[in-house]
Design a protein around this ligand. Sequence first.
Ligand code: PLP
Length: 399
Amino acid sequence: MDYNVNGEGYYGEFGGAYIPEILYANVKNLRERYLSIMSEEGFRTEFDALLRDYVGRPSPLYYASRLSEKYGARIYLKREDLNHTGAHKINNTVGQILLARRMGKSRIIAETGAGQHGVAAATVCALKGMKCIVYMGETDIARQRLNVQKMEMLGAEVRPVTSGNRTLKDATNEAIRDWCCNPSDTHYIIGSTVGPHPYPDMVARFQSVISAEIQKQLLQQEGRQRPDYLIACVGGGSNAAGTFYHYLDDAAVSLVAVEAAGLGVESGHTAATIHLGKRGIIHGSRTFVMQDAHGQITEPYSVSAGLDYPGIGPMHANLAATGRARIVAVTDDDALRAAMELTRLEGIIPAVETAHALGALDKMEFRREDVVVLTLSGRGDKDMETYVEYFNRTRSDEN
Ligand SMILES: *Cc1c(COP(=O)(O)O)cnc(C)c1O
């Protein structure tokens, strides 16, 4: 079975490009050119050099010995948190800025939830001297001040979005609206493996450097390229797509995608899209969408601003529907506990999104010799307020 995208932009029954007429020319142009641009030698050379010297790749594959002891397996952490700007998002924005320039675009727009993608987009725009506008929900602006300040210092304009829940979905709607008004000079840098074809495939390819490195690093450190388990959190799905990419068709490798359960899958306050979603269309692609009986998209909730999205990338919808990946839902509480555990066992403060992937360890059964690679998608600096508030609260509950 082939779990990658087909020529029409579908992963099984998911994906495609459901877009307004006004964007046809743009999306068509991108679809026709992305693969050839990405395979040009000049592009590859520039992309690889920036990943190495600017982003700091390869990111280490770190054997976490105390975490391994705790869970009874050989656990490695793929350290995307050590990248420039603190998460995996920069791999994709570096790729897309180079692509935008080769397509003759002068203006960049982006959406952001937690602000990590906004910062990564603003960073590459500063690097290449391009105009950058970032759409961000007001709720997220309030909970992610530091990232807003970084984007502004980098020269981006942050436009507050006041529709809906004022989070990632709403910011994405506004970015798409902007693109409709400015189709000729603007490239829209989508931050995850979502949106109309070719975005999910393009973003997965830029992020696939993660699994290409895992193969090499595991061979060196374990004497084999293939782990028993790959674990990653999923918001839209880009760090998971990058982690799984070169292993998609290798059935010997178990893929585990972890989504945010919020207060609990059945609580009504959740972002467990794959558990609860029904087939529908969101932001240009057919996938699982959280919706009510009338097909209205329901508002997601998670403690993590990077995971509260009511859709899921089409690659992951297909991995779930076909049973290729196991989908685990982790609550706010379990994620925050797992963040504290990693901090105390390994001296690494993870992003609250990543903490969900860590929270899945506890829900799995390993054999001692199993090799597990968990992608540490980002660092926790941006989440310190969330952590401090949570641990103060739990401490006072105990007293
Ligand atoms: C944005 C983000 C995520 C979620 O996005 P994906 O596209 O699903 O990877 C996860 N972790 C971190 C640190 C992020 O910044």
